[in-house]
Design a protein around this ligand. Structure first.
Ligand code: NAP
Ligand code: MG
Length: 501
């Protein structure tokens, strides 16, 4: 075969992005990441380990103490805004990469994930010039004011479910506030963050301000979280790993913010608009293949409408188009990895063992061609669940919903709150008093009334209980990335007389 006839190798290769340069891992090691729709190789990526993390943390420290701290807030904001524009210009390519890397339908990548990435960088670009201290009305001839300063070098560890969006939620407020970052993407989805690093370079951020170090959680992630050279660690992922992060950060008293798992109640009252509630239940659990920390995975339905509701929900769930995520008509792509697929299958067995009924799904779909090797699972509904069952208590992280019926509102609230998690909750009712009563009584960081999965860069997001510490997005995110210094000035010009003169 002449070289012109050879099949082009479309595998992408990525190095680590440290100190503004693309470098191999010190060990020379790489890892491969598949396209979850086909199981075929998508990219070969440098594998960071402790020594690479050391290099990245040193680079971030130099940048923090050097050029970045001397840059004006306005120029920081302009860089973030430039980055938002570059992402917008490249949105079609980035969406295709996100879908190839994660498996989510292209419709979601293109119209939700990437636009929200742009929105977050744009929003926090505006904040750079608006981070202010205060003057405090202290008594006497004293002047007291506060400075709101960046924390320093931030280690950021992100998951695979919204790879670019999670990078944006972490990077945008950290950079707006003047911090520098070492970012570790998830091993399942490193590609988007590497493409983002190219745009960060193109936007003109000084070297070392953002370093991107893909690798495994147990090695690169643990080395970053426990690194004595970082001032803050921000993590999104499982509650289990969140606890490990908090423990290792405790050794250096590194500041921590955590956005962890959920088992959100999504509640349908008989007085709701049932068609709207069915659509909302679908959005709550089938969006992004159910791989959403705020997924409405416990669907509480008032007993009097349960049969009608379930028949509508089942009929619509059966019609969800599962398949090639690059096809714009597809509504559900593959799960992110074989491991996640197996985990979900395991929960189907657990549900059956616990006495729940599999109403819809419970298995992989029969797909054609290359997609036979993809990690697909059908939209799945478990009926006859009670809140004590494992499938109602453990985060499954797949397109699997547990339906629990209720009759009494007071008991419902108790059940809704009977979980270690507290990330989000949804309620469907026409009764405005009941809706707000619920919003007050539910222990969750986000409540949706007659809607689900609504997000905006200006609105805070984060968890109660074991769903984490801190709020991302909105002005609250700046609290995670700044610290307050109180400055006292004596205006009297006299010596302190306390010990006598
Ligand atoms: P995970 O282990 O919590 O992964 C999240 C991030 O933490 C990844 O970047 C991961 O690295 C890293 N990590 C893993 N172990 C670490 C350690 N010891 N120290 C520092 N960083 C570490 O989540 P997963 O294993 O991918 O998924 C397992 C379950 O977590 C899911 O089934 C789901 O229930 C939950 N989850 C929740 C969210 C959420 O948004 N709340 C997101 C993803 C998963 P690598 O992946 O590169 O090894
Ligand atoms: Mg893991």
């Amino acid at each position: 075969m002449s070289s012109a006839q050879q099949v082009e190798d479309t595998t992408k290769n990525y190095q680590l992005f440290i100190d503004g340069k693309w470098v191999d891992a010190e060990s020379g090691k790489t890892f491969s990441t598949p396209n979850p729709a086909t199981g075929e190789l998508l990219a070969e990526v440098a594998e960071a380990d402790k020594v690479d993390i050391d290099k990245a943390v040193s680079a971030a420290r130099r940048a923090f103490e050097g050029k970045w701290s001397k840059m004006s807030a306005r120029d920081r904001g302009r860089l973030l805004y430039k980055l938002s524009q570059l992402i917008d210009e490249h949105s079609a390519e980035l969406a295709a990469i996100e879908t190839a890397d994660n498996g989510k339908p292209i419709k979601e990548s293109l119209y939700v994930d990437i636009p929200q990435v742009v929105e977050n960088f744009e929003y926090f670009a505006g904040w750079a010039t608006k981070i202010e201290g205060e003057t405090i009305p202290v008594p006497g001839k004293m002047f007291n004011y506060t400075l709101r300063e960046p924390i320093g070098v931030c280690g950021q560890i992100i998951p695979w479910n919204f790879p670019l969006l999670m990078a944006a939620w972490k990077l945008a407020p950290a950079l707006a506030a003047g911090n520098t970052v070492v970012l570790k993407p998830a091993e399942q989805t490193p590609v988007g963050a590497m493409e983002l690093a190219k745009l960060i370079q193109e936007a003109g951020f000084p070297e070392g301000v953002v370093n991107v170090v893909p690798g495994y959680g147990e090695t690169a992630g643990a080395a970053l979280a426990g690194h004595p050279g970082i001032d803050k660690v921000a993590f999104t992922g499982s509650t289990e790993v969140g606890k490990l992060i908090a423990k290792s950060a405790a050794d250096n008293l590194t500041k921590v913010s955590l956005e962890l798992g959920g088992k959100a109640p999504n509640i349908v009252f008989a007085d709701s608009d049932l068609d709207q509630a069915v659509a909302g239940a679908m959005m709550g659990i089938f969006y992004n293949q159910g791989q959403v920390c705020c997924a409405g995975s416990r669907l509480f339905v008032e007993e009097s409408v349960k049969d009608e509701f379930l028949s509508k929900l089942s009929e619509r769930a059966e019609r969800i188009a599962v398949g090639d995520p690059m096809d714009k008509a597809t509504q559900m792509g593959p799960q992110v990895s074989e491991e996640q697929l197996n985990r979900i299958k395991g929960y189907v067995e657990i549900a059956r063992g616990e006495g729940a009924a599999v109403l819809v799904g419970g298995e992989s779909p029969k797909l054609e061609g290359a997609f036979q090797k993809g990690y697909f699972f059908r939209p799945t509904i478990f009926a006859d669940v009670n809140n004590k069952m494992r499938v109602a208590q453990e985060e499954i992280f797949g397109p699997v919903v547990s339906v629990i019926s209720f009759t009494d509102e007071e008991d419902l609230i108790k059940q809704a709150n009977d979980t270690i998690y507290g990330l989000s909750a949804g309620i469907w009712t026409q009764d405005i008093t009941r809706a707000h009563r619920f919003a007050k009584e539910i222990k969750a960081g986000v409540v949706w009334i007659n809607t689900y999965n609504m997000f905006n860069a200006a609105s805070p997001f984060g968890g109660y209980k074991q769903s984490g510490y801190g709020r991302e997005m909105g002005r609250h995110a700046l609290d995670l990335y700044t610290q307050v210094k109180s400055v006292w000035v004596d205006l009297s010009g006299r010596p302190i007389g306390w010990f006598g003169n």
